[in-house]
Design a protein around this ligand. Structure first.
Ligand SMILES: Cc1ncc(COP(=O)(O)O)c(C=O)c1O
Length: 359
């Protein structure tokens, strides 16, 4: 199999050694004579996987007994609603920062359950920056934000200072750098970028959030019930949880500090070239550029036909997943944890060759 440089925005690249280990479990897991895919989620072997995955999340983020971790289904899209249900408080009011498509989706769901105040938005500039000036109303039950905007390539470099409980959709930069996770009452995110394959959604919730919401809650929305059932209220996405556990082991072995250093290096490599190369321009404000998703366009004045020429050159170099999201256009290089630096260097070589050929 020839090596592909995988810049997909998600589901996305995972460590090679994880694929190897995971493929063995599909054939036979733990010498049990059974594939992981045909095994009860209540079996001793799988319960151990779930427990290790939950424990690793806490260990990697340095969280103590005041936090719980769950692996549920429904993606971050259900997380928009689950977070709004569980974080609802006595005031019936919430605050949201609107930094892109996913933040808007979170706002839409929250409107079913609370009086939503959008306290800041970058929509007027097609979400090309992270708003910095805003006031969080003291009577908001919580503040919700999206730490990394996968589609628009912006990222919060510092988390909002809120005097109310803080909630974050961390789908596209979870475990990408060291953070102070104790700032949050709730973090959630789909596994399918930095943490594992599609299918599992991680929830990291402060214990005192559980049972606090005054809302009448459908059972599957209720994080307290999921915690009481040790993330096994219903059948969990076993394979996704297993592969996530393998990725979490890999993250632990490297450490978040080293992962963050690698992600900084990859991001500097691509952004330096976007800034140097006259054929391209970045779409995000420099100080808010995402380390995970670098979005860029052809420079002003260049024929749009050249988009296809550049993508064709990328294809020749075995680069995949570079086409930008339709709401931004151009190109998006997603550089999640498992993407090696040499893939970014290969992309930079193609950008240089493109400049030589068409510049
Ligand atoms: C930041 C962010 N939030 C939410 C979502 C939606 O996630 P899901 O497809 O898991 O529901 C995505 C998907 O890419 C995302 O990038």
């Amino acid at each position: 199999m020839s090596r592909v440089h995988n810049f997909s925005a998600g589901p996305s690249i995972l460590p090679k050694e994880v694929f190897e280990e995971a493929s063995k479990a599909v054939i036979e897991f733990n010498g049990s004579g059974l594939s992981l895919l045909e095994m009860s989620h209540r079996s001793k072997d799988f319960v151990a996987v779930m427990e290790e995955a939950r424990a690793l999340v806490k260990e990697i983020y340095g969280l103590g007994d005041d936090y719980e971790v769950l692996f549920l289904q429904g993606g971050a899209s259900l997380g928009f609603l689950i977070s709004a249900y569980n974080m609802a408080g006595a005031n019936g009011k919430s605050a949201y920062i609107n930094t892109g498509t996913w933040a808007k989706s979170a706002i839409k769901e929250a409107k079913f359950l609370s009086d939503v105040n959008v306290i800041a938005s970058s929509e007027e500039k097609n979400f090309g920056y992270i708003p910095k000036e805003y006031t969080v109303p003291a009577d908001a039950d919580y503040l919700h934000f999206t730490s990394n905007n996968t589609i628009f390539g912006t990222q919060f470099k510092a988390f909002p200072d809120a005097n109310v409980p803080l909630v974050c959709d961390m789908s596209s930069d979870i475990f990408s750098k060291e953070i102070d996770a104790t700032k949050f009452d709730l973090i959630y995110g789909g596994a399918q970028k930095n943490m594992g394959p599609a299918g599992a959604t991680v929830y990291i919730v402060k214990k005192d959030v559980l049972g606090r919401s005054p809302l009448k809650m459908p059972t599957m929305m209720n994080l307290k019930i999921h915690v009481e059932k040790e993330s096994m209220f219903n059948t969990p996405p076993v394979f996704s949880v297993y592969v996530s556990m393998l990725v979490l082991r890999w993250i632990k072995s490297l450490g978040l500090k080293e992962i963050g250093r690698r992600n900084d290096e990859k991001a500097a490599t691509i952004y330096d070239e976007i800034d140097r190369n006259g054929m391209f321009k970045g779409t995000a404000a420099t100080e808010d550029r995402s380390n995970m998703n670098a979005c860029f366009l052809l420079a002003d004045g260049l024929s749009e036909d050249l988009d296809a020429s550049f993508l064709d050159m990328c294809k020749q170099a075995n680069i995949s997943g570079l086409k930008g999201h339709r709401s931004v256009g151009g190109f998006r290089a997603s550089m999640y944890n498992a993407l090696p630096l040499d893939s970014v260097q290969t992309l930079v070589e193609v950008m240089k060759a493109f400049e030589t050929k068409f510049g």
